[in-house]
Design a protein around this ligand. Structure first.
Ligand SMILES: Cc1cc2nc3c(=O)[nH]c(=O)nc-3n(C[C@H](O)[C@H](O)[C@H](O)COP(=O)(O)O)c2cc1C
Length: 262
């Protein structure tokens, strides 16, 4: 599938078919995509606990509350708990040596000493600072984004769900204290039309990006926008005219009472 089209068509899918299981092979494809994402220093701090709702205990399902849209967890055949292992940073020096050894970084094999004297000490000296929220979360976001696009390509719908109590979820799921729960992601076959009501609005491009100086908005070329519209990446913003009727239909079909619906 073409990347532009996939970026344009992907939506957060909140309404899933509760009765249709998701093949573990497809979940594996998501995880493989996450694993191949870029990580600072190649340390790879992203982890995931995959939960099959039908096989999970009530305690485990109950450990996955969502502040909004709790119905999503109840509908989803699979929930992925994405979390971060802060201890991964302790292997930073070894990981950077590995990057050098595979030829990624630009030091030749005969420069081993240079690497040991320059790059490695930097990574060894980083200590606990790099365990704090920041760069690692960016790492993980890259992986989750790749997994999300993979899910879309496989015909699955997903929605990321934040939590007001990530530490509570961590404890209830038995994850070590060195881990930070980032978010849960519901996965299943969509109950909604693939358009899911249309492309969700975003902030103005000029508000978001600058070129060369903070007070200089990045110039947005209309031609580029038109090309991306033609390719299906930029689409008309939601809602499509029939979205309200679709939501009504979904609530009835899935027996949702309306509480917390987004
Ligand atoms: C980190 C993260 C947390 C999110 N948390 C929630 C959530 O708790 N509940 C929810 O319904 N959607 C959640 N979303 C989905 C966003 O609200 C979604 O991106 C937004 O509706 C835009 O729609 P789109 O993803 O369809 O383009 C989250 C998304 C991200 C990336």
């Amino acid at each position: 599938m073409e990347l532009r089209r996939a970026i344009g068509d992907r939506r957060s899918i909140r309404f899933l078919l509760p009765h249709r299981p998701v093949e573990l092979e497809k979940i594996q494809c998501m995880l493989e995509a996450a694993r191949l994402a870029s990580h600072w220093g190649n340390i790879g701090s992203l982890r995931a606990l995959v939960i099959e709702r039908d096989k999970a205990s009530k305690e485990v399902v109950d450990a996955l509350p969502s502040p909004v849209g709790g119905y999503q967890i109840q509908l989803a055949p699979v929930v992925i708990v994405w979390y971060l292992e802060t201890e991964a940073t302790e292997h930073a020096a070894a990981r950077v040596r590995e990057l050098v050894a595979c030829g990624a970084v630009g030091y030749g094999d005969n420069k081993k000493e240079e690497v040991e004297n320059s790059l490695v000490p930097i990574f060894e000296a980083m200590g606990d600072v790099v365990k704090a929220p920041g760069l690692n979360e960016v790492d993980c976001g890259q992986g989750i984004a790749q997994a999300t696009l993979m899910a879309f390509e496989l015909g699955l719908g997903t929605c990321c769900l934040g939590s007001g109590d990530p530490d509570g979820i961590r404890a209830k799921l038995g994850l070590p204290v060195s881990c930070r729960v980032l978010l849960t992601q519901t996965v299943g076959y969509p109950a909604e039309d693939p358009a899911a009501g249309g492309q969700r609005p975003r902030r103005d491009f000029e508000e978001l990006f600058q070129l060369n100086a903070y007070d200089n908005p990045f110039p947005r070329s209309q031609k580029v926008v038109d090309d991306l519209k033609r390719d299906g990446m930029i689409q008309d913003p939601a809602p499509l005219p029939w979205r309200e009727q679709e939501l009504l239909y979904l609530r009835r079909a899935l027996d949702l009472k309306g509480e917390g619906l987004l």
